[in-house]
Each structure stands twice: as structure tokens, then as C-alpha cells.
Design a protein around this ligand. Structure first.
Ligand SMILES: [Cu+2]
Length: 156
């Protein structure tokens, strides 16, 4: 009895590997982070990402990195003297689109709060982006000095 149950479980797992992931339509194509020389208390860093979405609308819900206490989705709102940075709960990635949270981050940026360790130029940090439909996706973000130039000349 015990033996047949084991076989059933193995077959079930083997069957799973042939199932395609629910959604592979969404990929993150550019990933950079501003370098951090010294991880002093309260140190922040900005990160940017480009989204290639060949499927339906999805939503970036959460970003995490072992390198920071937390990562927030920041949005600049308002005009002139009223312009300020607010924390947003999510970032919508429209259906069938190319979109980006791109430098210099005057609209949106991902903000690493309380960075725990130096992130030297040329190094990489792993960050996990949690999407509502596509689920969690982990990418390596390259640390750069001069995010806009690095974005424009980005190579995998
Ligand atoms: Cu910010």
C-alpha cells in the first residue's frame, strides 16, 4: 500500500514538469540599480526596470532585495512646489506593451530603503519582483554610476 502511494506521488510530480507556467508573456528586460559606496544608516538607492509584456495586463505588487530593509515603489506626483514622492502599492504593466520604470525616475522609481551593504559599481544584486499574474520573478540588477547613460547603453 505504502509503495503504490509513493509511485502515485512520483507520477504526479513528473506530470507537473510538462505543464507550462501560467504566464511567460511578461519579461523584465533591463535591470539596473544606482551604486552605493557606503551603507550608512538610512542609505537609499534607486532601481529601474523595463517590462516586455506580450500578454494581458499585469501588476507589479512587491519588490524585495536581501540588500535592503525594504524596496518601495515610488511615484512623483504634483507640480512645482507641490511636487512630492509618494509610496504606491503597485505599478500597472499594460497589456501587450513595452513599459518601464526608467531613470532619471522623475515619474516612477523603485527605492531601496536602508541599504544594508555597499553595492559597488559593476556588482549585481538579486531582486525579486512579485507580479499579480506572472508571480515572483528574480533578476540581477547591475549597479551603475549614472543610471540614465547605463540605461541607454544597456546590454544583457
Ligand atoms: Cu524615491
Amino acid at each position: 500500500m505504502k509503495k503504490s502511494m509513493t509511485i502515485a506521488v512520483v507520477l504526479f510530480l513528473a506530470g507537473c514538469t510538462t505543464v507550462q507556467p501560467a504566464q511567460e508573456d511578461l519579461t523584465v528586460t533591463k535591470t539596473i540599480v544606482s551604486y552605493v559606496e557606503r551603507a550608512t544608516p538610512g542609505m537609499m538607492a534607486a532601481a529601474y526596470a523595463a517590462f516586455d509584456n506580450r500578454g494581458e495586463e499585469d501588476t507589479l505588487l512587491e519588490v524585495s532585495c536581501d540588500c535592503a530593509d525594504r524596496v518601495e515603489i515610488h511615484h512623483m506626483v504634483g507640480q512645482g512646489d507641490d511636487r512630492k514622492m509618494v509610496v504606491e502599492p503597485s505599478f500597472v504593466v499594460p497589456a501587450n506593451s513595452q513599459s518601464a520604470i526608467e531613470p532619471p525616475g522623475l515619474e516612477w522609481h523603485l527605492m531601496l530603503m536602508d541599504v544594508k551593504q555597499p553595492i559597488p559599481v559593476g556588482s549585481e544584486v538579486e531582486m525579486t519582483l512579485l507580479f499579480q499574474k506572472a508571480g515572483p520573478k528574480t533578476y540581477r540588477f547591475k549597479a551603475v554610476d549614472g543610471t540614465r547613460a547605463a540605461w541607454d547603453t544597456y546590454e544583457d
